[in-house]
Design a protein around this ligand. Structure first.
Ligand code: NDP
Length: 452
């Protein structure tokens, strides 16, 4: 865990979280990172301390854990574990993705759910925080097996969610295919066609721009961030990790803004294409990953560039780094390599991809740093726009949704710089800005609603 030391009240709250949630290091890390930066806001608002807002914030309102039995293509019974963490509903129905990955556990889902509370608050839309998923591994499974799993998962989840209660979305391992199977089963079980999931197909209530939203939103945020140094994306060398949903559309928007994407990766290794990944090469990646469900190594074989197994992108020289794969993928050593190679900005596409020590290094070395809960909020914001369209029964055009997304990312950035300036006396400290900006909104809502 990180070197930073908490003091006073924050230390006590953190120790209590560690004691009450043993064996959940990712959750501890997410709480510590927030506690380390919200102290100035707590000092300015003693009413929060009296009402124990922070102590309540770190305790999920509800955690649901359940058995997910299904039958594979060989007729064998398989059993997975399903979860939904309904963390905080102070400002709206619980909202946050479902992750399907063999490493999913309560620690990971609680860190994600906790982050989601503050992220959703920053989006300007009325959404509480939640997260869920299962240790099911979609890799190597047939469509039929994925469908069987999704249906069984929904057989339990449906009784806990609803358009005004809890509205899950996609995350790692959950894209349009999985959302479709889950939505179909929800409808069958409840006889209701309602906005219970986002990331739906465009034919049945989905929103244009939702697939692109997290990656595009990340670049809109990075564009704003670069203005602090009077810089733009144009002409910059950009390293991206991952090759899934967020990475693909972060790469696409980078290319559209005139940047040069030189890396992509997956859990097996990284490709480095010094000539740059252009629109055509990216189209190949999208087909490889979304349709053929292949490995990024095949890109190197096709285009004849470097491939390094079991490596991450951070050793390659770049101006902008966009970690967009998974949590804790940039540690202290990775951060040092990026800084030594002259990185000027880091935008977090994934959730908590940088360790606390890595973040401290970036801030200490004057690297512009866009924390996940602000920089990748475009996905959930567009999910909020999908819910909005479902409520009014209309579909907005691509341009309309994209313009709203851009506006929301600018607003998130402005909230971050305003809070950073007020509480850290440094408008470039977007970590403090995002944490306090989100916290103040949720804290005030919790205060207004009494001890519930
Ligand atoms: P996808 O499943 O589409 O892609 C995930 C990518 O990350 C894949 O390339 C995967 O490689 C790689 N990856 C996963 N685990 C590891 C690992 N341990 N080491 C290295 N690479 C890994 O997921 P998304 O793109 O949707 O999500 C990526 C990140 O962005 C997550 O942190 C997610 O929480 C976050 N996020 C996603 C949002 C969304 O709208 N989708 C919204 C906000 C945040 P492989 O195929 O080998 O597993």
């Amino acid at each position: 865990m990180a070197a930073i030391e908490l003091k006073g009240k924050a230390k006590g709250i953190y120790e209590n979280v560690v004691e009450k949630n043993p064996g959940q290091p990712e959750f501890h890390q997410a709480v510590k990172e927030v506690l380390a930066s919200i102290e100035p806001a707590l000092k300015a608002h003693p009413e929060f301390e009296k009402a124990k807002i922070v102590e309540r914030l770190v305790e999920p309102e509800r955690v649901i854990m359940f058995r997910v039995p299904w039958v594979d293509d060989n007729g064998e019974v398989q059993i997975n574990r399903g979860y939904r963490v309904e963390f905080n509903s102070a400002i709206g129905p619980y909202k946050g993705g479902l992750r399907l990955h063999p490493k999913v556990n309560l620690s990971i889902l609680k860190f994600l759910g906790f982050e989601q509370i503050l992220k959703n608050a920053l989006t300007t839309l009325p959404m509480g925080g939640g997260k869920g998923g299962s240790d099911f591994d979609p890799k190597g499974k047939s469509d039929n097996e994925v469908m069987k799993f999704c249906q069984s998962f929904m057989n339990e989840l449906y009784r806990h969610i609803g358009a005004d209660t809890d509205v899950p979305a996609g995350d790692i391992g959950v894209g349009g295919r999985e959302i479709g199977y889950m939505f179909g089963q929800y409808k069958k079980l409840t006889n209701k066609f309602e906005s219970v999931l986002t990331g739906k197909g465009i034919e049945y209530g989905g929103s244009l721009v939702r697939p692109e939203a997290t990656g595009y939103g990340l670049l809109y945020f990075v564009r704003e961030m670069l203005k602090l140094k009077k810089e733009t994306v144009k002409g910059k060398v950009v390293a991206i990790s991952g090759s899934g949903n967020v990475s693909q559309y972060a790469a696409q928007k980078t290319i559209q803004m005139g940047g040069k994407v030189v890396t992509l990766s997956d859990s097996a290794g990284v490709i480095h294409d010094a000539e740059g990944i252009d629109e055509n090469k990216l189209a190949y990646v999208m087909e490889l990953k979304n349709i053929k469900r292949g490995r990024i190594k095949e890109y190197a074989e096709k285009f004849g560039c470097e491939y390094e197994p079991n490596e991450k992108p951070w050793k390659f020289k770049c101006d902008i780094a966009l970690p967009s794969a998974t949590q804790n993928e940039i540690n202290k050593d990775d951060a040092k390599k990026l800084i030594n190679n002259g990185v000027i900005a880091v935008g977090e596409g994934a959730n908590m991809p940088s360790t606390i020590e890595a973040i401290d290094l970036f801030l200490a070395n004057n690297v512009l740093f866009g924390p996940a809960k602000a920089a990748n909020a475009g996905g959930v914001a567009t999910s909020g726009l999908e819910m909005c369209q479902n409520r009014i029964g209309l579909s907005w055009t691509f341009e309309e949704v994209d313009a709203k997304l851009d506006g929301i990312m600018k607003s998130i950035f402005n909230q971050c710089t305003t809070s950073a300036e007020k509480y850290a006396k440094d408008k470039t400290n977007l970590v403090v800005g995002a944490n306090i900006g989100g916290f103040m909104k949720v804290g005030k809502a919790m205060l207004a609603q009494g001890i519930v």
